[in-house]
Every structure is written in structure tokens, then in C-alpha cells.
Design a binder for this molecule. Sequence first.
Ligand code: PXG
Length: 442
Amino acid sequence: MSNRLSVTPNDLRAFWMPFTANRQFKQNPRMFVASRGMHYTTADGREVLDGTAGLWCVNAGHCRPKITEAIQRQAAELDYAPAFQMGHPKAFELANRLVDISPDGLNHVFFTNSGSESVDTALKIALAYHRVRGEGSRFRLIGRERGYHGVNFGGISVGGIVANRKMFGTLLTGVDHLQHTHLPARNRFVRGEPEHGAELADELERIVALHDASTIAAVIVEPVAGSTGVLIPPKGYLKRLREICDKHGILLIFDEVITGYGRLGASFAAEYFEVTPDIITTAKGLTNGVIPMGAVFVRDEIHDAFMTGPEHLIEFFHGYTYSGNPIASAAGLATLDTYREEGLFERATELAPYWEDALHSLKDARHVIDIRNIGLIGAVELEPIAGHPTKRAFSAFVRAFEKGILIRTTGDIIALSPPLIIEKPHIDQLVATLREVLAEVE
Ligand code: PXG
């Protein structure tokens, strides 16, 4: 006990915060104590408009009664059931409801607890799938520069965000990366999908030629790259990736942790872009961010390839204590009900043009060098302060919070992804406040 910190109730030292400038935060903490609908309430009683749906997850808005009540009811009725060799009805019901909204052919769901776990699960399914069908030589995984696939070892290996990789040793072996799709010289201030860059998918042919298709298991990409600062796929790029994967027997994985559940106005980006992958990874909006849960959607042929051998044997040696947890399942069901009953995906589609116009009105705002948007996602890229990358955007983030809006920044890019219940006056407020913030920051 002698080395314990002396702790007062509000001592901030013990909690090592994730992806946070801990020392900066603890000198001047930004605390939320309540939330409702489009708003957070801060510890000092201010209302802050949520421009980011928490971290891209609270798609139905905050503290929705149906979801809250479902969680309360479930916690009192069946709190936990073993996830291995036992079941409970709500996990099956949720899987069925998810398959109802998933692209054709992706009719099986593996539950996880986060996006990172969904990604590592998908990579393992891809490797094991080739192995169970006698093509174990397909061990390579192909990601993309600037990709974000969570923070577990599989995800950072295929990911392409340097800061998330460089401290952690050799990562997975047998990984290669496609080039990212950001072409600022050719695509700037583009509304929606950029015209230029579909040919970047052809780089997969180069990688296949180098390693031989017989060694490649899967390609994983975010349909819209989120964390790196919103990179929207050039027109035709995803279709081309699909064609090249098909040609060479390579599985295509879409990481839809942020694009899933209505962010683009469709259930999934696969539907929006009309390109069907073999595996889809999701989390976040699945439970409206309220309870940790992820879901990996798998094509029938992949699932079925595992269903061989003696029936008493486990087919896939993978899973989590909390896969399909009852309370998470109840939250997922209530979330899907809320999306459907309120038509929130359609609402995102209807609002997207207004969102686009509002964002692009910032073209002449101070420091702005690019604006990108799709569905209810937006990015405003700032000119970095020479010699101090990320400083300007971080100042903008802090100033925006002080002025009553929550934004996200990554590098010198401001990313926006509001709850799908956002109203036009909220969009106006976000944009007007951002303009003021940009005028004020160094
Ligand atoms: N894949 C993608 C595409 C993601 O965006 C993950 C996997 C990992 O999910 P978990 O649940 O393990 O965090 C993500 C997460 C941001 C931001 O502001 C993005 C994420 C998480 C936190 C912040 O860009 N994406």
C-alpha cells in the first residue's frame, strides 16, 4: 500500500487517458457530465453541440430512452451468459436483424467488443478460411497507407498511420500496403467522391505481381478513411479493387467501423458505393456507442467452409468472453429499432446536400486549404503552422469546445460526423462557430 498515490475524489493522475495529451488535459480538463440528443453538458454547466457523435458512434443521438430502457431491463433480467458453448436469444435475434440490413450474401455475424477486435477477427477469419480450404499459402494481408484499423496488433500491422505503428516493433509479418488515395494536387474542395484516382487501385496488381496471388489472403480498406482525416474514395476505386480481388481469389474486407449504420445514409458503405466485400467489420453505431460491441459480417461461402469435420469439434478457435453479451445485444436491438423507427439513415441522405453546402461555405475561412464531405461526414483541412504540425487544429479544437461545439482533429484536419438526428440550425451553428474559431486561432 505504501506506493499508492494519495487519492482525492477528483484526482486526475491515476487514469492514463487513451489517445490524449494527458498533461495538457489534466492542467485544464474538459469534462462532460451529462448528454441528451445533440448535446453534452460540461462540468461547469455549459451545453456543447456534438459535432462528432461522440467518437463517430452515437448515430441516434444521446440518451435515447428506448436504448436506455432496453439496457436497464436486460441488466435486471439476464446479466451475463457464457459466450462459449452456451447462448441466449437476444444475440441470435440481433445477428438476424443485422443480416436483414447487410449486403446480400453476408449472412453470418461474429460478435466482438470493439472495432479493433472486429478487425483482428476479420483478419483471422480470412487467414483461417484459406487454410481450411487447403490454400494455407495465402498468408499475406494487404492494407493501405493512412488506413486506421484500430489499435490491436493485426489492425496496426495492416494500418497505415505511422504514429500508431512505429513504437511497436515488427508487427505482423507478411503485410504490404496500397498507396493512400489522397491526391490534393488533383482533388481539392471536392464535393463527394473525387474524379481522380481510380487507377490507384491498380497498385494491387503490382503487389500481386510482386508476391504472387497464391500468397495473398485479403485486402482490407476503409471505404471512406476516417481517422486519418476523411479521405473519400475516388470514383470507381472501390469497384476496381473488388475486380482485382476477384480475379486473384483475394478476399476483400471493408472496415466499416465508422461508415456502418447510417453514416453515409445507407446501412453500410458497401450499399452506398454498390461494392460488396467478402467481410465487413463494424462496431460503434451498432449499439449507438452506448455499450461496447462489434460485429463482423461474413459471406456464406466463408462461414460454410468452416462447417466441416466432426460436429462436436469447435470450428473456429476464436471468440471473446463478451461476444454477444446480453446487455450489448439488447442495446444493439434497441439501436436498430431506433434507426428504423425514426428513419435515421434516410434522414442522413436527406440532410447530406445541406451539410455539403454548409461545409463548403467555409472555403474562404482563414487557414482552410481543403474541404471534403460525404454523407454526414465532413473534413476541413487547415494549413499547418510551419514547423508545428497539428498545433493549429488542436488550438481550434480547444477553442471550439470553449465556444460550445465538439469537433475532432487529426493532424491539421478537423473531422465532423454529427449524430444523424442533427437539425439544420445545428449545422448552421457548427459552421458559424467554426468560422469564428478559425478567425481567432493563430
Ligand atoms: N476501424 C476503423 C475504420 C475505425 O475508425 C477502429 C477500427 C477501431 O475501433 P475501436 O472500437 O477499437 O476504437 C476504428 C475506430 C477519430 C476516431 O476521431 C476514430 C476511431 C476511434 C476513435 C477516434 O477519428 N475509429
